[in-house]
Design a protein around this ligand. Structure first.
Ligand code: APR
Ligand code: PHB
Length: 394
């Protein structure tokens, strides 16, 4: 088999890159370890920055998002019972975010790819990239008991944090930056109406809580729990009771509860690998970086990497701009690190850290007070939350 760009992983990164390349006439094949249903079964985040919304439209997959997605012009901070509104729209001169689940984005991208007739090989085993530093670049894999070789010009490693792409780069060529937080998020999905029309990020002495949603009838709620905790310890009743304790009274009174349709714990981690490329292999999205979910940046960073790689490849194939290839990592990392900083900051401000002493706690409280009490501070929060601009590739 032969293609121009071999894409490893059919998550949002791989599918979006594949769609943009296909539309531009650049041939690509996606190789994915799991089945489409398995990929769609993963419940992930649901807040899209304007840059990602525009990129999805550009890829031709924005119709259902524009019909069904919820445009949010702000969000709520609940600080030990007090509510502070962050008016994204006003603070950023008219910007908003789109609440539309990653599962739906993935579903739309899969449908578009099927319609376009572009090739995706699902349930591929033992995927290995080869020859990244040579002119003979290829990916080998196994499908239905048979060994395959896919020759290509470039490889996009869109295979997430646990994927093979990053692991196939010699360790001494990479620098890893990492912070593991001593807690996770216990999330539930329920067919109940949202407690509030906007997202609510709650800081509370019992721990952080988040009220999010997927639609007017489906909600996603999270609680900070210790890393050692287990979902089996959390009946639906216990979850709802604890959530009420962490929300301001009037929201707790309004909370409508119901049976959960999904419940899981995700650890919180900050992770960046530098550089995000090795010869003809480019790391995209979670394969190169992880953020704690507090700023809703994970999926959006994947989209900005995709945009960067797509625009570089476009100029490589159309204008022979091979010089741009080596710039991929530095362009991505400038934006990645800003989102890492914001996600770390939101996490630090809103979670309970058991190892903080009284002094640390006062510093955090006063930092938050300063940010929310100052127009400049609220603007800083808002411009990061709606998403920093994408760099133009020239
Ligand atoms: N071979 C082939 N495919 C693989 C391999 C492998 N060795 N390892 C992983 N994959 C596939 C996974 O099954 C998955 O479908 O790669 C895909 C990676 O998808 P994601 O983990 O969703 O990563 P990405 O596409 O970068 O999505 C961005 O940002 O913060 C997050 O929630 C957000 O998941 C989202 C991510
Ligand atoms: C979600 O809806 O899953 C969600 C929303 C905002 C976040 C994180 C997760 O910051």
């Amino acid at each position: 088999m032969k293609t121009q760009v071999a894409i490893i992983g059919a998550g949002p990164s791989g599918l979006l890159l594949g769609q943009l390349l296909h539309n531009a006439g650049i041939d690509n094949v996606i190789i994915e370890r799991q089945s489409p249903d398995y990929v769609l079964g993963r419940i992930r985040a649901g807040v899209l920055e304007q840059g990602m919304v525009e990129l999805l439209r550009q890829a031709g997959v924005g119709q259902r998002m524009d019909r069904e997605g919820l445009v949010h012009g702000g969000f709520e901070l609940a600080l030990d019972g007090r509510q502070v509104h962050i008016d994204l729209n006003t603070l950023t001169g008219g910007k908003t975010v789109m609440v539309y689940g990653q599962t739906e984005v993935t579903r739309d991208l899969m449908a578009a790819r099927r319609e376009a007739g572009a090739q995706t090989i699902y349930q591929a085993g033992d995927v290995v990239p080869h020859g990244m530093k040579s002119a003979e670049t290829f990916v080998t894999f196994e499908k239905d008991g048979q060994a395959w070789r896919l020759d290509c010009d470039y490889i996009a490693g869109c295979d997430g944090f646990h994927g093979v792409a990053r692991q196939s780069i010699p360790a001494d060529c990479l620098k890893v930056f990492e912070r593991v937080y001593p807690f996770g998020w216990l999330g539930i999905l329920a067919d109940t109406p949202p407690v509030h029309e906007e997202l609510v990020y709650a800081r509370h002495e019992r721990g952080f809580a988040l009220c999010s949603m997927r639609s007017a009838t489906r909600t996603r709620y999270y609680l900070q729990v210790p890393t050692s905790d287990h979902v089996d310890n959390w009946s639906d009743q216990r979850f709802w009771d604890e959530l009420k304790l962490r929300l301001p009274q009037d929201l707790a009174n309004k909370l409508i509860t119901g049976p959960s349709i999904e419940k899981s714990i995700a650890p919180l981690r900050s992770f960046v690998v530098e550089p995000m490329q090795y010869g003809r292999l480019f790391l995209v999205g979670d394969a190169a970086h992880i953020v704690p979910p507090t700023g809703a940046k994970g999926l959006n960073l994947a989209a900005s990497d995709v945009s960067t790689l797509f625009n570089i490849l476009l100029k490589v194939y159309r204008e022979d701009r091979l010089d741009l290839l080596e710039k991929y990592s530095e362009i991505c990392l400038r934006r990645v690190w800003k989102a890492e900083r914001f996600s770390w900051w939101m996490t630090s401000m809103l979670h309970r850290f058991d190892d903080q002493d009284a002094f640390d706690q006062r510093i955090v409280e006063s930092e938050l007070e300063y940010f929310i009490g100052s127009e400049a501070g609220r603007k800083t929060i808002a411009e990061n939350y709606v998403g920093l601009p994408y760099e133009t590739i020239e």
